[in-house]
Design a protein around this ligand. Structure first.
Ligand code: TYC
Length: 104
């Protein structure tokens, strides 16, 4: 019979194996702007992305110099939550900081 690990019409034995599906992952990115204080960005990275001060400072500087940086990769729901937390904190402090997500 044709199909999984059978002979196909050419007589060549073929095998197909069900592969484990991994859930799609999403990059969470921070965007640079001219107004959000550096200390606020560092604080956000420490608070919502579990970074220590040195890591947070380094990523903040990368965003500042390059325009954006990936700050983490998460499942859809976690990524959505992180973006919402950052955008909420920025809005409450009236900073224009932007955070977005993109499928990996
Ligand atoms: N460019 C900002 C400044 O000079 C700092 C900054 C860094 C803003 C990272 C946003 O995602 C950002 N105050």
């Amino acid at each position: 019979m044709m199909g999984d690990d059978g002979d196909d019409a050419t007589g060549v034995a073929t095998k197909t194996r069900a592969r484990t599906q991994r859930p799609p992952m999403y990059k969470v990115m921070l965007l640079n702007d001219d107004y959000t204080p550096m200390e606020f960005v560092v604080h956000v990275l420490e608070r919502f992305f579990a970074m220590n001060h040195a890591q947070a400072f380094e990523i903040m500087l990368t965003v500042h110099k390059k325009g954006l940086a990936v700050v983490g990769v998460f499942s859809y729901e976690i990524a959505e939550t992180k973006v919402a937390q950052v955008m909420d904190a920025a809005r409450r402090q009236q900073h224009p900081l932007q955070c977005t997500m993109e499928k990996e």
